[in-house]
Design a protein around this ligand. Sequence first.
Ligand code: BYC
Length: 465
Amino acid sequence: MIGEIPNNVDLDHDQQLRRALATWHPRFLQWWNEVGPEGFDASTVYLRTAVSASADGWANYAYVKMPEYRWGIFLAPPENRKVGFGDNPDADPWLQVPGEFRKELRRIIVTQGDTEPASVEQQRLLGKTAPSLYDLRNLFQVNVEEARHLWAMVYLLHRFFGRDGREEAEELLTRRSGHRDHPRILTAFNAPIRDWLDFFCFAMFTDRDGKYQLESLSESGFDPLSRTTRFMLTEEAHHMFVGETGVQRVVQRTADLMKQSGRADIHALGGIELAVIQKYINLWYSESLDLFGAEDSSNAATYFATGIKGRYREHTANVYREHRALEGEYELRLPGGAVERIPLRRAMNAVLRDAFVQDCERGLARWNRELAARGLEQRLALPHAGFNRKVGAYAGQCCDPRGEVLAAEEFASRRGEWLPTEEDRARNAELMQPVYEPGKIAGWIAPPAKGINGQPPDFEYVILS
Ligand code: BYC
């Protein structure tokens, strides 16, 4: 079994890693059987599998049964680099874990690793209501790759953290999304993903947090972490594509129905109303902002100072004047107009979040073009950073999506105007009946612009059995 794991980490000759994986692998498969996609183990899925880290090796397409997917371990090729930021920017990257940063590195790797199985658990029932075989296949692609990303973090734990690392790797299979006693570590990964609009918004916003966190970890002075996350980013791009184009296709269909009927209440015509789409955006965008941690964070300052975690494209984004970040302040605008000044190093979570927000705005503009192109005046928007927040400077305040501070009672009584209600969800559930015929698509979403890997529209992406 272990001998068949595709890898470029010399697994054949690493006895310690082979032993650790030999124990972990069967437990991983047990976890996948228990809480991975429900009801499709015997189906054959047209999946992309990474078989090597070379340019043509990470995207091989073939029909595979999910439990037989070959979860591999890959590092991106080494780069000639220095740590590049923090207190010692000219130092060489570390090939082993420096003793003095061990605790912090382990914590970051465990936090990253914990999100991956969590997302699979959150999405486990969605296959039962897929709008098409194309979407079903994309869901499963995302699921197997998130599971592979768990492997990527487990590799680091097993290879570099000895016994503690093995224990942490076990725990990654023990916690459960939304579990009362053993929840996943970060908030958004305990929130249920109940329908496909949740899923598309999650892949748009929450996977995009993943992109920015992985980008900042790919700057890490700990070279194995940098190389592992760089490879993960190649896969992550498809997940965000699934999210962004997924919402876009819902908006297209909604906009078509609004244009044809001249009305906004198009549920009876089989579409999801724009106001409901907006509520899902409000939910997942605000959940995802929480994932950046507090705007003022001594943890973030330590990670930056020590060279553990950098900024988004520290050297290639061309936006940072210098890489020690010892001077300067970040101005955080609070609801109500107050401004908090945070020393730059302590504001690294907020700096990273700003790059994320810009990227989300680009996606929103794309969705809004669908409305504009049909001559509709309505627009979708990102809510204010203070809306529905549980972490950081805005936590505990009640803001509406425009950033107006409200009394807690008013927020509670108007919550259903801004976040999905049980009624919205029940109406979505009515529409989201599964469509499993090749080339067919549910009525609430537009077909994709093109197939996966150039396949025709009626391609049988999943052979059900
Ligand atoms: N939920 O200084 P603070 C992905 C905790 S997504 C719960 O504000 P820090 C993916 C924090 O742990 C990317 N707890 O935060 C997407 C700390 O706890 P302690 C995942 C939270 O440490 C889709 C305390 O509050 N990767 O890959 O600067 C599908 C004060 O912390 C939360 C990473 O996150 C929260 N939202 O930053 C699949 C990268 N936020 O010390 C996958 C690794 C904060 O008091 N993680 N806390 O016990 C990190 O870099 C940092 O841990 C964080 C938090 C950015 C998350």
